[in-house]
Design a binder for this molecule. Structure first.
Ligand code: 3HC
Length: 291
């Protein structure tokens, strides 16, 4: 099974980053979202990122314009997926929405098209539950920013075929990344499941006024990490952190729903970098945490 045409559904931070990666590696990419305006914003972000890579000679001799020409945009799922070999869903973290998108995709793709979800945490088996052909559905979980992060989780749902997993593992290597094969489909898979207790702990530190985000981030930066946990939560998006904790509260342990700070930030639309405010003020750029 050879993958040449990739459809990416959703053009938010992850969708646009995934589209960019595949275009850099020479795949034809169709990116879909609900409006031209959203798609144009995503194209602008991709172009900015590609220009940075081009200036550093990291586009394998291609220009940013050449890479951009591999990405086309669509406002209907039908047009985006009809000749795709692989569809990657990257819409918001909501099980019902993802199920709706998957059932729409199944109407228009060939029987052998692989359908993958970039969900951060939701069990792929639950997303695929009502589909006709569940053996070709898997998880393909990228990390933010996809263009720089080396790891991709390849998740086998209960009915995913071994052949599909082999194709995806091989594909992840072809786009210059490390495939982490997840053979049991549980909430948060491997990486986000490992990080879940820490995320809760960091949130509770702030609820209980143990220390400030700056102070705790300074500790992590002093250890050589590029970002501390609060800057990272702002960078990934408070909405993503909130959705993850809520999902873990439902599926793993109610204690994950106990963090007030995250709820407050989420309810006040302080979603981090994307809205200009979260744990930090991003209105003048990245927070300066001097150690
Ligand atoms: N495209 C192209 N270049 C980019 C870029 C992008 N999207 N983002 C950053 N860069 C470049 C910068 O321009 C800079 O280039 P320069 O060195 O030539 O000036 C270089 O990368 C380094 O960037 P910065 O100087 O801004 O900052 P850092 O050294 O801190 O690197 C980072 C940025 C790579 C994002 C780094 O901070 C990092 O690795 N942070 C942690 C990210 C992480 O852990 N992600 C996983 C989150 S969890 C997740 O995604 C799971 C999901 O399910 C929620």
């Amino acid at each position: 099974m050879e993958i040449k045409n990739v459809a990416v559904l959703g053009s938010g931070t992850m969708g646009q980053g995934i589209a960019e990666v595949f275009a850099i590696y020479g795949y034809n990419v169709k990116m879909e979202d609900i409006s031209e305006e959203i798609l144009n914003k995503a194209l602008k972000k991709i172009k900015e990122s590609l220009v940075k890579l081009e200036q550093k000679g990291q586009l394998f001799g291609k220009t940013s314009d050449e890479v951009m020409s591999r990405i086309s945009t669509f406002t209907t799922i039908e047009e985006a997926v009809k000749d795709a070999d692989l569809v990657i869903e990257a819409v918001p973290e909501n099980l019902d929405l993802k199920k709706k998108v998957f059932s729409e995709v199944e109407k228009f793709v060939r029987k052998e098209t692989i359908i993958a979800s970039n969900t951060s945490n939701i069990r792929i088996t639950d997303i695929a539950k009502d589909l006709k052909y569940r053996d070709r559905v898997a998880g393909l979980h990228f990390f933010n920013p996809p263009v720089l992060m080396k790891l991709v989780e390849v998740i086998k749902a209960e009915e995913t075929s071994d052949e599909v997993i082999d194709v995806l593992v091989d594909l992840v290597k072809k786009i210059g990344k490390y495939p982490l094969k997840v053979m049991k489909d549980t909430p948060g898979f491997v990486v986000n499941r490992i990080n879940a207790p820490e995320s809760l702990l960091f949130c509770l530190y702030i609820d209980n006024k143990v220390a400030t985000p700056e102070e705790i981030d300074a500790y992590f930066k002093s250890q050589g990490l590029p970002m501390g946990p609060y800057e990272l939560m702002d960078y990934v998006g408070i909405d993503i952190v909130y959705d993850s904790l809520e999902y873990f509260a439902k599926t793993l342990n109610p204690c994950y729903g106990k963090c007030n700070t995250i709820k407050e930030l989420y309810n006040n639309k302080m979603l981090g970098m994307k809205t200009g405010k979260g744990f930090y003020d991003w209105s003048k750029g990245r927070p300066l945490i001097d150690v």
